[in-house]
Ligand binder design. Structure first.
Ligand SMILES: C[S@@+](CC[C@H](N)C(=O)[O-])C[C@H]1O[C@@H](n2cnc3c(N)ncnc32)[C@H](O)[C@@H]1O
Length: 381
C-alpha cells in the first residue's frame, strides 16, 4: 500500500468517526501525520530536486545577511558573553550553517559565546543538520518542539524562522448570508468533499475581531490559529532579545482584501502550483500566506515590541546584501560563482517574479532598550 493510500485510509476513518473534520485537521494530517505527512516522510522538499525553493536554497548570501543582523542584535544587547540563536523549523540546517559560517569568520568574539538550538518537527532531519553543521558541532544543540512549546525552555538571544508559519495548518472560513462559516472536510462515496458548517471554535471569530477584519460576502480566508499559539511559546521562551520571522505574507488589510476572494491556500509539487489540496495526499506541500498584523498584535499583548516590519528586499539591502556581494565579487571566486551570485541577488530582491516583495521580515524584541538594527537604515536616500 502506498503512503498516499495509507494516509487516505487514516483520514477517511477519522471523518467517518466524526462525520467531518476541520480543514485544519485535514491539512495537519497531510503535512505532519507521522511517517506519512509531507514534512514527516522521507524525501527532498526544498531546492532544485524538491518541490519549492526558499530564500535559503537560493544562495548563502541570504543567511550571511541574516547573520550580520544577529551580530547587530548581539551588540544591541551589550555584546553578552553568551548568546543563544534558536531556529524553529530548521529544515536541513542550511540557514543555520550559513549564519554560523559567517559568525565564525567575521564575528569571532560573538561566535565564541554562541549556542545555536535547532527546533524541528521532523526528527530525521537532525542527521542532515548534523552533517552540514559538522564544523560547528560544539556550538549546536537540538530541541524537539514539545519542550519549546510547553515552556520548559528559556533563552536570551535571537529566535528566527524562515517559512515556518506558512507551514502551520489553517482553518478555512467563508462569509455567507448566514454569517461566517467554516469549511469542513466530509466524505461522499469515499471522496473528500467540502461542507460549510458552524465555526469549530470561537477562537476563529476572536482572531478576526482582534485585527478588526470583516470578510466580504462570498469571501474565503485562512485562519492560522497555530501562529499566535506558537508566538506565545516563543515570547515565553525568550527572556531577552529578538524574534525574527521571515515568510511570505501580508499585513491583514492586504491579506483579507476583497480581491483575494478565494484566500491564499496553495499546494506545491515539483515546482508546480496546484490549487487542489485533496490530491497527492502527503506528497505535496500545502501553505497559506502569513498574516503579519496578527503576529504584531499578539506580540504587543505578549510584551514583544515591533522594531521593524517590511519587505525582504528592504531588509536585505539595508542589512548588507550589497556589501556581501561586493566581498564575493572581490574574492578569488570563479566567474561562474560570481555569475551565480548576481542571479541569486536578483531572485532574492527583485519584486516581480522574485522573492523581494512577497516575502516579508518582522523583527520583534523583548527587554532590549535603544534598538538600532541594520534593517532600520534608510535605503535609497
Ligand atoms: C517550509 S519548511 C521550511 C524549512 C526551512 N526553514 C527552509 O526555509 O528551507 C517548514 C519546516 O518547519 C517544520 N515545522 C513545522 N512545524 C514546526 C514546529 N511547530 N516546530 C518546529 N518545526 C516545525 C517542518 O517540519 C518543516 O521542516
Amino acid at each position: 500500500m502506498t503512503s498516499t493510500t495509507r494516509l487516505k485510509e487514516i483520514l477517511v476513518q477519522r471523518i467517518r468517526q466524526n462525520d467531518r473534520i476541520t480543514f485544519a485537521d485535514f491539512m495537519a494530517a497531510c503535512l505532519y501525520e507521522p511517517g506519512l505527512g509531507y514534512y514527516t516522510s522521507p524525501g527532498r522538499k526544498v531546492g532544485a530536486e524538491g518541490d519549492f525553493y526558499t530564500s535559503i536554497s537560493v544562495h548563502a548570501a541570504f543567511g550571511r545577511v541574516v547573520a550580520r543582523e544577529t551580530a547587530q542584535m548581539w551588540r544591541n544587547m551589550g555584546s553578552p558573553a553568551a548568546f543563544t540563536l534558536v531556529e524553529c523549523g530548521a529544515g536541513n540546517g542550511r540557514l543555520a550553517c550559513d549564519i554560523m559560517d559567517y559568525l565564525a569568520e567575521r564575528e569571532p568574539q560573538m561566535y565564541s559565546g554562541v549556542t545555536i538550538v535547532l527546533v524541528e518537527r521532523e526528527p530525521s532531519l537532525e542527521a542532515a543538520q548534523k552533517e552540514l553543521l559538522n564544523v560547528h558541532a560544539a556550538r549546536v544543540r537540538w530541541l524537539t518542539p514539545e519542550p519549546f512549546e510547553s515552556g520548559e525552555f528559556n533563552f536570551s538571544g535571537c529566535l528566527y524562522s524562515n517559512e515556518l508559519i506558512d507551514a502551520f495548518p489553517v482553518h478555512r472560513v467563508i462569509m455567507t448570508a448566514d454569517g461566517l462559516m467554516e469549511i469542513h472536510v466530509a466524505l461522499k462515496d469515499d471522496d473528500f468533499i467540502e461542507e460549510m458548517g458552524p465555526l469549530s471554535t470561537p477562537a476563529i471569530s476572536e482572531y478576526l475581531q482582534r485585527i478588526s477584519v470583516n470578510l466580504y460576502p462570498g469571501q474565503q480566508a485562512e485562519i492560522n490559529l497555530a501562529a499566535p499559539v506558537w508566538l506565545t511559546s516563543a515570547a515565553n521562551a525568550l527572556q531577552r532579545g529578538f524574534i525574527l520571522t521571515i515568510d511570505y505574507g501580508f499585513p491583514a488589510v492586504e491579506l483579507f482584501a476583497p480581491h483575494r476572494i478565494r484566500g491564499t491556500l496553495l499546494c506545491y509539487h515539483r515546482h508546480q502550483i496546484e490549487e487542489n489540496p485533496y490530491i497527492r495526499l502527503g506528497q505535496q506541500d500545502i501553505t497559506a500566506h502569513v498574516d503579519f498584523t496578527t503576529l504584531m498584535a499578539c506580540g504587543d499583548q505578549l510584551g514583544l515590541r515591533t522594531d521593524w516590519f517590511g519587505e525582504q528586499y528592504r531588509f536585505l539591502l539595508a542589512a548588507g546584501i550589497v556589501e556581501e556581494i561586493e566581498e564575493i565579487e572581490q574574492s578569488d571566486a570563479t566567474n561562474e560563482e560570481k555569475l551565480k551570485l548576481r542571479l541569486a541577488l536578483k531572485k532574492l530582491i527583485m519584486p516581480e517574479g522574485g522573492m523581494g516583495d512577497t516575502f516579508r521580515m518582522l523583527v520583534q524584541s523583548k527587554g532590549v532598550e535603544s534598538v538600532r538594527l541594520l534593517c532600520q537604515r534608510r535605503i535609497g536616500g
